[in-house]
Design a protein around this ligand. Sequence first.
Ligand SMILES: *[C@@H]1O[C@H](CO)[C@@H](O)[C@H](O)[C@H]1NC(C)=O
Ligand SMILES: *[C@@H]1O[C@H](CO)[C@@H](O)[C@H](O)[C@H]1NC(C)=O
Ligand SMILES: *[C@@H]1O[C@H](CO)[C@@H](O)[C@H](O)[C@H]1NC(C)=O
Ligand SMILES: *[C@@H]1O[C@H](CO)[C@@H](O)[C@H](O)[C@H]1NC(C)=O
Length: 532
Amino acid sequence: MAHCCGCSVRCCCWLLVLTLAALAVTAAVVFVRYKNGGQIFPLPGVPDRKYSEALAVALQFFQVQKSGKLVKNEIPWRGDSALDDGKDAGLDLSKGMYDAGDHMKFGFTLAFTGTMLSWSVLEYGEAMRAAKQRDAALDALQWIMDFLINAHPSDDVLYIQFHSESDALMNKKVGDPKADHKCWERPETMAEKRPLMKITAKAPGSDVAAETAAAMAAASLVYKPINETYSSTLLDHAERLFAFADKHRGAYTHTFPELSAFYNSTTYQDELLWAATWLYHATGNRSYLSYATGKNGKDFGDLGNPRYFSWDDKRAGTQVLLSRVSFFASKGLDDGQNKGLGMYKETAEAVMCILLPDSDTAAFRTDGGLLYVAEWNSLQHPVASAFLAAVYSDYMMTSGKAELSCSGKSFTPVDLRKFAKSQADYVLGDNPMKLSYLVGYGDSYPERVHHRGASIPADVNTGCDGQEWLKTSKPNPNVAMGALVGGPFKNDSFIDDRENVKQNEATTYNSALIVGLLSSLISSSNVAQSLS
Ligand SMILES: *[C@@H]1O[C@H](CO)[C@@H](O)[C@H](O)[C@H]1NC(C)=O
Ligand SMILES: *[C@@H]1O[C@H](CO)[C@@H](O)[C@H](O)[C@H]1NC(C)=O
Ligand SMILES: *[C@@H]1O[C@H](CO)[C@@H](O)[C@H](O)[C@H]1NC(C)=O
Ligand SMILES: *[C@@H]1O[C@H](CO)[C@@H](O)[C@H](O)[C@H]1NC(C)=O
């Protein structure tokens, strides 16, 4: 067994952090009140009502997106679907979640959803519990993990892609995911074949395999105090998947070029570092830390250059997650590891500097104050960035680091939290459109979300030809509760049209990001209490 921070228990880094943080948190809260008159942070122990309510809405989208035989379903217009997924391979791959408004299950983004949900529970599980939403988060997480476990039947095989389409047989081998977009129907009435795709040693996909490893390693930490057996199973899969990803290198969209039209993974390098980092946290095995801080870190990390965190690029997330080690658990590491960690932390700080609106390196934001990186699914970057800012702010507070320097200008954890809060508030309606981009929250939200199931009445069987429900200008008959839609244009405007896919489609991973952000804002920093 590996040793970490001097104790012999797995995960003791997290435990040690818990203890240290418990000591530091009181001082941190006092510090924040002093700096800020209690305006930004709600009182400890009293969950903020607005963010708690929004969290309860956001988590419902995971119910909306579930595939398989539903258990205790609370969404009246949803039912069982895709029950035969995996049967062709002798596997039960019926669970998991649809990626967006269609019926595709993408392993790459589903795993990222699992990683982010896990991270959110690990940092902010106590806030979720105070808002009575932790069980909903765990329910969603397990639905994803059950699926990922079954999708990995042997060391070098991972099923990564499931879609529905009527003319799949035109291309027997891999099918044509585009056809899914041609067919407008409810998942419950799907009758088309659903071809499977898998990565293997000969058809590699290090990005998707490593993201799946990251998700399972992170979830193993979540489940450790809940169900030891389940936790060990997840960790075992995670370690084998990482070995597979590292040994047989390649991007899955190189292996399957037809998939690059959907989630085109720029490179697998970031996922390898991200997975190694999660595995280090989950096992305490320093060979994973050396993997990330050594040569691979230099070759793959693009350290020194701040980047935006997203489903495609895990570097900023890795930098923040490794800074957790620098902040709380760097004792006893060797020089190489410490040097590498230092570079990750420096880069994490550079990321924070572009997020802070008053920093000299501040990135562009809209007139309404939204960090704006890309037009397609524009909310993903600000929400993911705001989550990282909240986490980093809490690491600073918990460890008693009062200041962050951006080109000589000094900022505090409160400044980072203010940024995080501003992005969440924008999403929830404090924006020029006065529109909540979280469906089901507030008085005014998009009513024509690009979502097959929400757009077709529950008692209608359209077959593949439900296009009238796509084209109609009427609101969706069903509310896609918790959907975080793509978001506004650069000029803060938004068009609530069902065919406006850029702006009005929601994704499952968007929900994991907003769940993390909202949880971080429910109470004052609780890094100390988040790991149970
Ligand atoms: C740590 O992980 C490496 C790489 O997976 C493995 O070879 C080694 O046996 C592990 N060490 C321990 C102590 O578990
Ligand atoms: C723990 O997880 C296993 C699956 O790995 C399951 O069979 C068992 O019922 C779970 N135990 C509890 C107490 O939930
Ligand atoms: C996908 O990404 C690769 C690598 O960045 C790039 O060469 C390719 O053109 C991209 N394909 C599409 C369809 O965007
Ligand atoms: C805002 O930007 C979008 C996309 O560029 C454009 O179509 C729209 O006309 C603009 N709206 C206003 C009010 O300028």
